[in-house]
Write a protein of this length. Sequence first.
Lengths: 107, 119
Amino acid sequence: DIQVTQSPSSLSASVGDTVTITCRASQSISGYLNWYQQKLGEAPDLLIYGASSLQSWVPSRFSGSGSGTDFTLTIRSLQPEDFATYYCQQSYDTPLTFGGGTKVEVK
Amino acid sequence: QVQLQESGPGLVKPSQTLSLTCTVSGGSMSSDGYYWSWIRQHPGKGLEWIGYIYYTGSIYYNPSLRSRVTILVDTSKNQFSLKLSSVTAADTATYYCARTQQQLGDDFWGRGILVTVSS
C-alpha cells in the first residue's frame, strides 16, 4: 500500500492568515493527489484533484502544488468558513489511501 | 447534479453482516470513467477506503477488508451496495458512498450513515 503522511495534524490560525498543509507519499504517485475539506458532521468535499486542479466551486485562495512524493495545500487569506479538517488522498493506485488529516482551528 | 444517499440499518449485532445500499440520482451509474465507492470513518478518526466498483462489475477492494467485503452494483436501479461480514465493534463507523472519477478523486458524496456494532 502507498502510505500518505500528512502534516501538521492540527494548526491554529487567524482569519486572514496563510496556512500550508503538506502530504508526503511513500512512493512516487505522479500528480495523483487530491485534497478534501470536511466540516464537522458533514461528508468530505473534494477541493483539489490531480494535485493542483480546483473544483469549480472552490475559491481561488485555495491552491495545490507538488508531484512525485511531496505535495502542498495552501490557503491564503483564511476565511471563517475555512476552519475545518483537510485530508489528502492518493489516487495513483489501489488501495486508495488518505492522509491522517489536518484540523485547522481558530487561534 | 449527482446525489447519493446511503440507507440501511444503523445498528448491527456483532458477528452479523452489515448491509448498506447507496442510491444514485441525477446521473447514470453507467457513465464511463466513474467508479462507485464506499469509504468509512471511525468516530473522530480519519477516512478509510473500503473499495469501489465500476458499472461493468469490475471491483477493487481494500486488502485489509477484502476477506469480509462484497460490493455489488445494480445499474437498473441506479444503486450499489456494501456487505461487510463478521462485524465487530471495530467496524462502528460512518459509512459513505461516493462517486470516484478515475484517479481524480471522489467528487460527489452521500451524507453518510452511522453504523454502530453492538449487542
